[in-house]
Write a protein that binds this ligand. Structure first.
Ligand code: HEC
Length: 154
């Protein structure tokens, strides 16, 4: 009897501690608003000359290389120069390696892909496997930019 009461109490204490975490991890829209929108803006339109738009990435979302690049840029950060829609950017994309966990990155990148972009039907989301590979890959800007150079211009 005493045992089951203490188990019940333990569950009551642990449950509220776990719920906000689980809810946050799954909420890509909230993570985008908190972590990305200050630079890339609410609709992903960016700030010309300062932070590139995150719209118009459909061609990248359609290929494994494109999805890897997006994951690597977000995991490791990036210091350009890059060009988006004819506009040069040479600012700093911060690293999210220690700021967000893989499940949160999947959620926020899912939001970017599916809400800010219009991927083709049947596209593959940027998944945990892609993020694990991105973490293991080189984080040097030169390597990330070399991968970007192989992708279609956007
Ligand atoms: C402090 C501002 C800032 C924040 C916050 C930020 N970014 Fe960026 N991001 C940038 C800048 C600046 C670049 C371009 C870097 C450059 O000029 O080389 C960039 C580049 C990118 C790129 C690559 C775009 C391309 O065309 O190669 C992606 C993808 C991206 N950001 C996604 C995100 C996501 C997702 C988040 C939130 C989890 C985020 N960023 C948060 C500033 C920011």
């Amino acid at each position: 009897m005493a045992g089951s009461v203490s188990m019940m109490l333990r569950r009551l204490i642990v449950l509220p501690l776990m719920l906000p975490w689980a809810a946050m991890a799954a909420d890509g829209a909230a993570l985008y608003a908190e972590r990305c929108a200050v630079c890339h803006q609410a609709q992903g339109q960016g700030i010309e000359g300062h932070a590139p738009p995150l719209t118009g990435m459909e061609a990248w979302l359609a290929t494994g290389e494109g999805r890897s690049y997006i994951a690597r840029a977000v995991v490791h950060g990036l210091a350009g120069p890059i060009t988006v829609r004819g506009q040069p950017y040479s600012a700093l994309m911060l690293t999210f390696r220690w700021r967000l966990q893989d499940e949160q990155l999947v959620a926020v990148l899912g939001y970017v892909a599916e809400t800010l972009n219009h991927p083709a039907a049947g596209y593959r989301p940027i998944d945990l496997e892609t993020l694990r590979a991105a973490r293991a890959a080189s984080g040097r800007d030169a390597d990330t930019l070399a991968l970007r150079a192989q992708l279609p211009a956007r």
